[in-house]
Design a binder for this molecule. Structure first.
Ligand code: NAD
Length: 260
């Protein structure tokens, strides 16, 4: 059956109406409308920095790479702190206020779901958060702003005040282990979801991209909202190739209309 996008959004709203365990899984595409580019697009950050250089083992092994990595992350930091949530982030907050949102599982590191108003308990961050810094030796956490100020005043590859371990933005680099607790929790929530919406993710990065599969195995309805095709489109009950902001906003307004 060929549905129009309008009909697809109405169908997703219908699924959500009688359910409470909605899981929204988000990738970089949910934040492009907030002015944070995804990494792989033309003009994206990978055209100016080489991702292979930033493998986690290289960060550990070389002071030169650490200096470069902090420069790369300084660019990301300023893009992120200037950005404001868009209608897709706001739609997740509305779902939560309706008592529908089980959680958001995000690959993003930009804190925009929390900035939009979701509590930190509702957001599972699979790739960490760029607004925090961690010591790789003792695990001490720092606020990013304080460490960023140190970097910009010449401490180009900062170390921990307590143990002299290497400090790194609290995000997951290529080759770095995924956070165990968050990954396990995300798997569990995906398996238990009644409706699973993936929004703005290419579904190419693992293990994050396995979450929609767990959701389907657990019996959830699966909708994929993404501008481009993903490897899991054939598993989805509905695919919408439109912008995250307008689609999420529309789905949630259809729910609100019904409530009113
Ligand atoms: P990704 O794998 O999450 O893919 C982004 C997808 O979003 C693409 O398929 C693109 O077609 C789609 N898209 C772009 N704008 C959209 C829109 N307005 N509406 C709907 N779909 C849209 O992204 P990536 O750039 O390959 O990033 C890989 C990893 O890097 C992420 O998983 C994340 O950890 C990190 N990252 C985070 C941010 C952020 O925090 N905002 C930004 C870039 C990269």
């Amino acid at each position: 059956m060929n549905y129009s996008d309008e009909e697809k959004m109405e169908l997703v709203a219908q699924w959500i109406r009688d359910k409470r365990r909605i899981v929204v899984f988000t990738g970089a595409g949910v934040s492009t409308e907030s002015g944070i580019p995804d990494f792989r697009s033309p003009g994206g950050i990978w055209e100016r920095f080489d991702p292979n250089e930033f493998l986690f083992d290289n960060f550990l092994a070389s002071e030169k790479i650490r200096v470069k990595y902090w420069k790369f992350h300084t660019e990301i930091y300023y893009t992120i702190i200037k950005a404001e949530p868009n209608p897709a982030h706001e739609a997740c907050v509305k779902l939560d206020r309706m008592g529908k949102l089980d959680c958001v599982i995000t690959q993003n590191i930009d804190n925009l779901h929390q900035k939009a108003g979701l509590s930190k308990e509702k957001v599972i961050e699979l790739h960490g958060n760029a607004l925090r810094v961690t010591c790789l030796s003792c695990g001490k956490e720092y606020d990013r702003a304080a460490i960023q100020a140190r970097v910009e005043s010449g401490d180009e590859a900062p170390v921990c005040d307590d143990c002299q371990g290497l400090l790194k933005p609290a995000t997951i680099a290529f080759g770095q282990q995924m956070p165990f607790r968050e990954t396990r929790e995300a798997e569990k929530r995906s398996e238990n979801a009644e409706v699973f919406l993936t929004v703005g993710s290419s579904l190419l990065v693992y293990p994050a991209a396995s979450m929609p599969v767990f959701a389907k195995q657990g019996g959830a309805r699966l909708a994929i909202v993404n501008l481009t095709a993903t490897p899991y489109d054939h598993e989805a009950d509905i695919c919408i190739r439109e912008k995250a902001g307008s689609v999420m906003n529309k789905i949630v307004s259809l729910l609100s209309d019904q409530k009113g």
